[in-house]
Design a protein around this ligand. Structure first.
Ligand code: ADP
Length: 402
């Protein structure tokens, strides 16, 4: 079966087509500036040069239309007819408490996603628009929703309930949801595969360290805790996000700077993290370069970031009574040799020993701990699209066979 994976933003759309028998990527692309002057689609049939087309696209339906044209194109296409696409998998950020796994999209599912707009006002509306556009243009193709929050739905209440008046949970569903679930699930499953063990017998700590960053504790195959919370602002320090801070800081800044609470939260989302502390960049490469050249705030930002990841690893080691494996993934986790070393430094008493020679690797699956490290440390490149496609194919096959 061929699966089309769609990840819709407000003015952009990423897509991939995968052949599921071989898990092979056939084509991928990006549509930018949807609904804005200068709309453009960049399509790539794997093994061929990219093909760029500037064409007006007033909405997501226009964008999906051009994606389908590109997939059917005689030169750059990967299918002869749309019937060859067996299913579409949609990345959706928030499914609230409703879904603990991926689901076939029905009217009820769409209603549930609409209800979650309150919880993810920036992300769910474009995700929903993408689904509706595909339904319009591919009315007979089954669609599956794969949710960033789903993998974390197994957390017990003691992990997801905040210690605030309980009625806020009852009235407004304020709780920890967690995000990046598709990535945490993918790398946790891969880690079990790499170790040749059943995931149900493992205690895994997954560290998704990119521009956005989160850690998760995965015990016996299910997530028991994660660092992002009610929103993706909580937890680790990120490119431009503060991660967890004392909430009283918000009202303090509000009064001192004479701005409203939304403006403070916007600062915590967009002007904090590595950017805020370093004053140089949100990109770890820039911050590390400047630190090497003697910039002390950049050096401090790096230490704060590494320290926060270490704290979450420590917390999860305590919660799971140890771990079998720690996995690093995403932009920083996969490429930043120095950061992995810094995070894992001085944890030998906890059974974590990184091997500087083995750790000298980027972007490929590798064991980076020493042979005698009790906890294995792995680098596993994430592949959220493949995870979405796998879930999609599995659900559609199941429905067909019923
Ligand atoms: P996201 O998907 O959250 O936008 P990514 O997982 O693609 O982010 O990670 C992007 C980040 O990875 C960049 O901002 C950069 O800081 C970091 N990164 C990429 N390559 C390297 C590298 N070689 N060394 C250090 N950091 C890197």
């Amino acid at each position: 079966m061929k699966v089309l994976v769609v990840n819709c933003g407000s003015s952009s759309l990423k897509y991939q087509v995968l052949e599921m028998d071989s898990s092979m990527l056939l084509a991928k692309g990006l549509v930018e500036r949807i609904g804005i002057d200068g709309s453009v689609i960049t399509h790539e049939k794997i093994g061929m040069d990219k093909f760029v087309l500037q064409v007006p696209m007033k909405n997501h339906t226009d964008a999906i239309g051009h994606v389908l044209d590109a997939l059917l194109d005689a030169d750059h296409g990967v299918v002869k007819s749309m019937d060859e696409i067996g299913a579409v998998g949609h990345r959706v950020v928030h499914a609230g408490e409703k879904y603990a796994g991926s689901v076939l999209i029905t009217k009820d599912v769409m209603d549930a996603l609409e209800e979650c707009i309150d919880l993810a006002p920036l992300h769910n509306p474009p995700n929903i628009m993408g689904i509706r556009a595909c339904q319009e243009l591919m009315p007979t193709t089954p669609m599956v929703g794969v949710f960033d929050t789903a993998f974390h739905q197994t957390m017990p209440p003691e992990a997801y309930i905040y210690a605030i008046p309980y009625e806020f949970y009852e009235k407004y569903r304020i709780r920890k949801y967690g995000f990046h679930g598709t990535s945490h699930k993918y790398v946790a499953q891969k880690a079990a595969e790499v170790l040749g063990k059943d995931i149900k017998e493992l205690k895994i700590i997954t560290c998704h360290l990119g521009n956005g960053a989160s850690c998760a504790a995965v015990k016996n195959g299910v997530c028991i805790d994660t660092s992002m919370g009610f929103t993706p602002l909580d937890g680790l320090v990120m490119g431009t996000r503060s991660g967890a801070v004392d909430p009283a800081i918000i009202t303090f800044i509000k009064e001192k700077e004479e701005i409203n609470a939304d403006a403070v939260v916007s600062i915590l989302n967009k002007k904090s993290g590595m950017l805020g502390v370093s004053g140089v960049s949100s990109d770890f490469r820039d911050v590390e370069k400047a630190a090497k050249e003697g910039n002390e705030r950049c050096a401090l930002a790096i230490k704060i970031f590494a320290g926060r990841v270490k704290s979450y690893i420590g917390s999860y080691l305590a919660q799971m009574n140890g771990a079998d494996v720690i996995v690093f993934t995403a932009g920083v986790g996969e490429n930043d040799i120095m950061m992995r070393e810094l995070i894992c430094a001085d944890m030998d008493e906890l059974g974590i020993k990184i091997d500087p020679v083995k750790n000298n690797v980027r972007g490929e699956e590798a064991v980076v701990s020493t042979d005698d490290s009790k906890v294995q440390v792995l680098l596993i490149p994430t592949n959220e699209e493949l995870m979405i496609a796998k879930d999609t194919a599995e659900i559609v096959e199941k429905v067909k066979n019923n």
